[in-house]
Design a protein around this ligand. Sequence first.
Ligand code: CAA
Length: 292
Amino acid sequence: MTIRTVGVIGCGLMGSGIAEVCARAGYTTLVRELNDELLARGRARIEKSLSGAVDRGKVSASDRDAALERLRGTTKLEDFDACDLVIEAATENPEIKRRTFTELDGVCPPHAILASNTSSIPIIQMATATQRPDKVLGMHFMNPVPVMRLIEYVRTLTTSDETLEAARVFGESLGKRIIVSKDRAGFIVNFLLIPYLTEAIRMLEQGFASREDIDVGMMLGTSYPMGPFTLLDFVGLDTTLFIADVLFDEFKDPRFAAPTLLRQMVAAGYLGRKTGRGFYDYQSGEQPPSVR
Ligand code: CAA
């Protein structure tokens, strides 16, 4: 099957990045948000990112304009009736996701593939909310979507070979490398990343080393582009806590237990860059260590 029109549910950080890369790769792209204000905010984010790509010489000005031409916003799910593929990037709430998949199943053409960008919720929960469980898979993009070269695909017990193959062709057409995971919490990347990040928090909690030294250690010692605290602030402490809790619920393994400090920082609203304060206090001008 050929994918021409892509629907994206949600135009927040991940949804806007996904919509941007789809429109850039030549797909007619329709993004759905809950209201016009959120749509306008999402579109502004995409325009800013595309202009940044032009400034960096990654995209020509005419390609940016063509991508924006291919991009349309809506507040109505019914407008997805001509989509060949829908990628859901809404809030990480299993009930909302199941409801959205049931609605999409009723609206989208029978051949359409339905994907979720969830970072940890089992995809089978969404597949079984539809009458097409063979056409449902996980497509977990990495943040920032336009820059990161990976998409992690999640195959459930019911995902068909045809669906996976069509999705693979699509993902590669975005210029991304595809890896495939079975449908279990954390998939591949977060199963490894989350214990690493929470272990760094435990080191800090125990007074083992400073946040700066831990960050510099991982950047210069292992060539990670960001140290764990810089990455935690970038990903969001609330997102990290949510994924850690999902992993702990599924595996009951202390490796995944969220550190008290993480839980308390989330309760305090120190969520990272998005609130101006996380492990570093950006509001008061603090910056993570640079090793350039
Ligand atoms: N479109 C295309 N390319 C762009 C772009 C855009 N909108 N914006 C930037 N770029 C390119 C730049 O041109 C540059 O390319 P070159 O290397 O070819 O020069 C590259 O992206 C890096 O850009 P910058 O120089 O501006 O930024 P940087 O070097 O400081 O890197 C970063 C920024 C890419 C975010 C880097 O710090 C990084 O990789 N950090 C780690 C990010 C990470 O781990 N993400 C995964 C988080 S986990 C996740 O997402 C899963 C989950 O479920 C929690």
